[in-house]
Design a protein. Structure first.
Length: 335
C-alpha cells in the first residue's frame, strides 16, 4: 500500500491493456480511410445519368429500312454523291480534257516508275514524214508508258493522217515500241476554185501545195478530177507524144476531159472513146504537125469530124488570102 492506505497497482500489469486499446483505435481509423477511398472510387466510375428524352416511336418504314438495308450503304451513297458532284462540276466547268490528261499522266508516271517507260522507238516505212511527226500524229509523248499505251488507238490516229495508208503497232515489253507504216505517194497536183493541193493516186488530198519538190507532178483541174485522175493519166501515158506536151488535164462538168498544152492549145476530148481520140490526135501531130500549127483549139467532141479553131492572126491571114483570091478572078469566071 502507499502512504494514503491505497493499494498500489503494478505498472507492469497496465501495459498490455493500453496496447490493445491503441491497436483497436488504429484499426478503426484505417478501416474508415479504406471505406472512404472505395466510395470515392465508385463515385468516379459511376456514369452520369443522361436526361431522358421523350420521343415518338420510330416509323415502321424506317425500321424496315434499318433492318433490311445492307450495312454501310449510307457511306457508299455519300461517296457516290460526292463523286457525282465532283464529276458534274468537271463537266459543267469544261475541264474534262484537263482532268483526263492529268489522270493519264498520273497513271503513266506510275507505270514508268515501275519500269515500263518507252526507251526505244523503231519506225519503218516513212519517207515524207519525220520520226517526230509520226510520234506526234500517233499521240506518243515522252510521258507515255508502254504498259498503258493503246496500240489500236495509236494505229487509228496514224491512219487518220492522209499521208499514211496503213500502220502496224507492236509493243515489246518492257520498253520498246515498233511502228511500221505504209505511206501514200504524191501522184498529182489538183486545182479547184483556185486552191492547189497534192493528191495521192486514190484521190486523197495529202497536203496543200507549198513545196517545190512536187513541181513536176502532173496537174489536173476541176471539180471531181482528183478521184478520176489516175485512170485518165494512165490512159494519157499510152500516148507519150501527147503527154509530153500536156500542161494540164481539165475535168469539164464532171463528165469529160480537156487537155491544155504547154503552148496554150486546147484539146476538147469526147466523153466516150477517149482512147481513140488520143490515138487520132497523136497521129495527126505525127503526120500533119498539128501541135505546131497556128491554132488555138481542136474540138474532137463530134465522132465524125474534127473542128480546128485558128488563132486571131491566123484567121486574119486566112481572110486576106481569100480576098486576094477573089480579087484576082476574071469577070465571067464562075465562082
Amino acid at each position: 500500500m502507499d502512504g494514503a492506505g491505497r493499494l498500489t497497482r503494478s505498472l507492469r500489469s497496465l501495459g498490455p491493456q493500453a496496447d490493445l486499446r491503441a491497436a483497436a483505435i488504429g484499426a478503426v481509423v484505417l478501416l474508415r480511410e479504406h471505406i472512404g477511398a472505395w466510395l470515392a472510387h465508385r463515385r468516379r466510375r459511376r456514369p452520369a445519368k443522361r436526361p431522358v428524352i421523350d420521343r415518338d416511336p420510330p416509323n415502321r418504314y424506317i425500321l424496315m429500312i434499318e433492318r433490311y438495308l445492307p450495312r454501310r450503304v449510307g457511306v457508299a451513297a455519300t461517296l457516290a454523291i460526292l463523286f457525282g458532284s465532283a464529276g458534274f462540276g468537271i463537266v459543267r466547268g469544261g475541264h474534262v480534257e484537263e482532268f483526263t490528261t492529268a489522270l493519264s499522266d498520273t497513271r503513266n508516271a506510275l507505270a514508268n516508275a515501275a519500269g515500263f517507260r518507252i526507251t526505244t522507238v523503231g519506225i519503218n516505212g516513212r519517207k515524207q514524214l519525220s520520226q517526230d511527226e509520226v510520234l506526234a500524229i500517233g499521240g506518243v509523248t515522252g510521258r507515255s508508258s508502254l504498259l498503258f499505251l493503246d496500240a489500236e488507238t495509236v494505229r487509228d490516229r496514224l491512219k487518220a493522217n492522209p499521208w499514211i495508208a496503213d500502220a502496224t503497232i507492236l509493243k515489246l515489253y518492257p520498253g520498246r515500241l515498233q511502228i511500221d507504216i505504209v505511206e501514200r505517194t504524191a501522184y498529182a497536183l489538183w486545182q479547184e476554185n483556185g486552191r492547189l493541193s497534192v493528191i495521192a493516186a486514190d484521190g486523197a488530198v495529202l497536203e496543200p501545195y507549198v513545196s517545190r519538190r512536187f513541181l513536176n507532178l502532173p496537174l489536173v483541174v476541176g471539180k471531181g478530177a482528183a478521184p478520176r485522175a489516175r485512170d485518165f493519166l494512165a490512159l494519157l501515158d499510152r500516148y507519150p507524144q501527147v503527154r509530153q506536151v500536156t500542161k494540164a488535164a481539165i475535168f469539164v462538168g464532171e463528165r469529160r476531159w480537156n487537155l491544155r498544152l504547154k503552148d496554150g492549145l486546147d484539146i476538147r476530148l469526147p466523153e466516150n472513146d477517149v482512147g481513140n481520140a488520143l490515138a487520132a490526135l497523136s497521129k495527126l501531130d505525127k503526120d500533119e504537125k498539128l501541135f505546131s500549127r497556128d491554132i488555138v483549139a481542136v474540138d474532137m467532141r463530134l465522132p465524125d469530124r474534127l473542128v480546128v479553131q485558128l488563132s486571131e492572126e491566123a484567121g486574119k491571114a486566112r481572110d486576106e488570102l481569100f480576098k486576094d483570091k477573089k480579087s484576082k478572078k476574071k469577070p465571067g469566071d464562075s465562082a
